[in-house]
Design a protein around this ligand. Structure first.
Ligand SMILES: [Zn+2]
Ligand SMILES: [Zn+2]
Length: 319
């Protein structure tokens, strides 16, 4: 499926004037709540088990390599694929690369592709206002209020109702390939923990399979969850603002590094269409480096970036 820039922009921002309904039937809500609870707590149990096994079996470099490798590929599936490609249409690419990025992003255990895109488009459309699914605002002006706002933006929102289908991703639902990637979410999620376990088994036997599952699977999911959610929570609380936006988005250097460029969140809210979130030479954006690498290999094109005039105009509005 190909979208023109004009079509993709209108798809993303224009058709939502009022917040879409967030609702489930009681039974859907129950199963979704249980699934979220398992998705959030199992990785924490995995971190504890892995720590115990390091004490019992000792540390192995293979486990750290599996954690690093799986984190990098799966996180890029989320940042380059789910976010910059599918949500914002910051660049165009081939169907096979779309499929691979969609599958990798699904391994992050952050829900199926289309639901992820719908929630994130709502976040941009209603940033820090009524209709934003995970804004930390408004909150009471005291320590408890700040904590409650932070908790909601970080993880609390995931236990609530999700947008009714067809609210904000009509463009994605038109593609049979994207619908297939979306529907296969449980399979991709399983692959995300099976692959590191399999590599661990071939190198170190059954002990390697167990620690590979824990390090490349559950610890990697734990880190991916909390670093991604930090973009929603930390980056709407703490950091600098370089550009005028209607929300409270911030640029946060630490989240910028660990979230592969996504922590330059004020830049992103100012220019959501931009394939690069780092807009200064020192704002390291590994996800954009990968998009540039894909472009060098002729696997990405129509890369959208703000002009110098647009950047300067937004910067002036904040001073
Ligand atoms: Zn945001
Ligand atoms: Zn975004």
């Amino acid at each position: 499926m190909k979208l023109s820039c004009k079509e993709s922009q209108s798809t993303i921002t224009s058709y939502l004037n009022t917040p879409p309904q967030l609702k489930y039937s009681t039974s859907q809500f129950f199963f979704a709540w249980i699934a979220t609870f398992i998705g959030v707590t199992f990785p924490i149990i995995g971190v504890i088990l892995a720590a115990i096994l390091v004490w019992v079996w000792g540390f192995r470099w293979l486990d750290l390599e599996l954690l690093f490798g799986m984190y990098l590929f799966v996180m890029l599936g989320t940042t380059v694929g789910f976010h910059r490609l599918f949500t914002h249409r910051s660049f165009q690419t081939s169907r096979s690369i779309q499929f691979i990025l969609g599958a990798l992003g699904s391994m992050s255990f952050q829900g199926p592709l289309i639901q992820w895109v719908e929630l994130h488009r709502m976040h941009h459309q209603f940033s820090d206002r009524n209709g934003d699914p995970h804004s930390p605002y408004p909150h009471e002006n005291n320590i408890l209020g700040v904590f409650k706002g932070f908790w909601h933006a970080h993880i609390g929102w995931a236990f609530g109702p999700m947008p009714a289908s067809n609210c904000c991703a009509v463009d994605l639902r038109k593609s049979a390939m994207i619908r297939l990637v979306d529907r296969l979410f449980p399979f991709w999620a399983f692959l995300g923990v099976f692959i590191p376990a399999l590599i661990g088994y071939f190198v170190l036997g059954w002990q390697g399979a167990i620690t590979g599952f824990l390090w490349g699977g559950l610890i990697r999911i734990f880190l991916g969850h909390h670093i991604t959610w930090s973009v929603n929570s930390i980056c709407h609380f703490w950091g600098s603002r370089s550009y005028s936006t209607k929300d409270q988005s911030r640029n946060n250097f630490i989240v910028g590094i660990f979230a592969l460029g996504e922590g330059w969140h004020n830049n992103h809210h100012a220019f959501p269409f931009s394939a690069s979130h780092g807009l200064r030479w020192w704002q390291i954006d590994i996800s954009f480096l990968i998009i540039r690498f894909l472009a060098m290999c002729r696997l990405a094109w129509q890369i959208r970036l703000p002009s110098l005039e647009e950047i300067n105009a937004r910067a002036k509005q904040i001073t």
